[in-house]
Design a binder for this molecule. Structure first.
Ligand SMILES: Nc1ncnc2c1ncn2[C@@H]1O[C@H](COP(=O)(O)OP(=O)(O)O)[C@@H](O)[C@H]1O
Ligand SMILES: CC(C)(COP(=O)(O)O)[C@@H](O)C(=O)NCCC(=O)O
Ligand SMILES: [K+]
Length: 267
């Protein structure tokens, strides 16, 4: 059953990514609050399903929420865009939930297994900033997803994201440590003389070179094509891109909430 929006028109948007949950609280078309949490265990989702009000709900899912009593006295619907089926399944117990599927996104030319996150982020970016649009999502994976002026999918690419590259190197080798993404605050030396910096150099410089190459290929196809970047590693990658290729970085729209703009458009 399609959840009905309440008279106060408050709704929650939830993007379930492979690393984390991304939440937004909307009042009508206005995004009021956005935050991230870890994936929730089943017991917590069952607790949420028992909540009576938005206040009760936010106390559980919003880490620094302080009860104001100003918030609405009913349980809002949650619109979910998920690329993690095992997490999606846990939400069946919640009373007002809608799982967004590809057929709700008006992009043309989609293939059936395209990630709903990619479709919504592209739709949101294109609707806000215009088409042709290329979205770079620097999340668990790094994805490129693009559409032309007719809002038709051009296509894209998927590769391991920043942390996943570090994790894989650390886990699948006998001697390499796992480099923590958060310790990288500046560009490493290109030709490194110790192991952690050699890993950082290899991963960062090839990621940036790859992003630059995709952007140039995009502009070969669509010289006026726009580019937006989202995802947990967007700032780090954007800063390094800016340091190395400022003339490219200046054209990037850095915006975390693309999927929420996509959900707002189709809602
Ligand atoms: N607090 C955090 N917890 C987890 N990952 C984080 C955090 N802050 C930044 N990141 C970075 O975000 C990336 C995951 O991006 P995110 O957009 O959250 O992924 P997804 O949408 O695929 O779950 C990781 O590679 C990590 O480096
Ligand atoms: C590529 C993805 C894993 C990205 O997920 P994320 O890194 O954002 O968690 C997801 O969009 C997905 O599972 N896509 C299905 C395959 C495709 O888009 O072609
Ligand atoms: K994502």
């Amino acid at each position: 059953m399609k959840p009905q929006r309440h008279i106060e028109n408050i709704w929650l948007a939830l993007e379930i990514g492979n690393s984390r949950l991304h939440w937004a609280l909307f009042k009508g078309e206005t995004l009021d609050l956005a935050w991230d949490t870890e994936h929730l265990p089943e017991s917590v989702i069952q607790q949420l399903a028992q909540c009576q009000t938005l206040d009760d709900l936010l106390l559980i899912i919003f880490p620094i929420y302080h009860k104001t009593a100003a918030f609405s006295s009913f349980l809002p619907p949650i619109f979910i865009a998920s690329v993690v089926p095992s997490q999606t399944a846990l939400w069946q117990s919640y009373p007002h939930v809608e799982i967004i599927t590809l057929n709700q996104v008006p992009l043309l030319g989609m293939y059936p297994t395209l990630g709903i996150d990619r479709a919504l982020a592209l739709w949101g970016a294109g609707k806000v900033w215009g088409f042709p649009m290329l979205v770079i999502d620097a999340g668990t994976t790094l994805t490129f997803t693009s559409a032309d002026i007719n809002q038709c999918l051009v296509g894209g690419a998927i590769l391991p994201g920043l942390s996943l590259q570090f994790l894989t190197l650390g886990q699948k080798t006998g001697q390499l440590p796992i480099v923590e993404t958060k310790i990288i605050t500046s560009l490493p030396p290109r030709f490194a003389l110790n192991t952690p910096e050699a890993i950082q150099s290899g991963v960062i410089y090839t990621l940036i070179a790859g992003i630059k190459d995709f952007i140039e290929a995009w502009w070969d196809l669509f010289p006026q094509g726009k580019i937006a970047i989202k995802g947990g590693d967007r700032t780090l990658l954007f800063n390094h891109l800016q340091a190395l290729y400022p003339e490219i970085a200046v054209h990037l729209i850095v915006e975390q909430n693309l999927i929420f703009w996509g959900m707002r458009e189709i809602n």
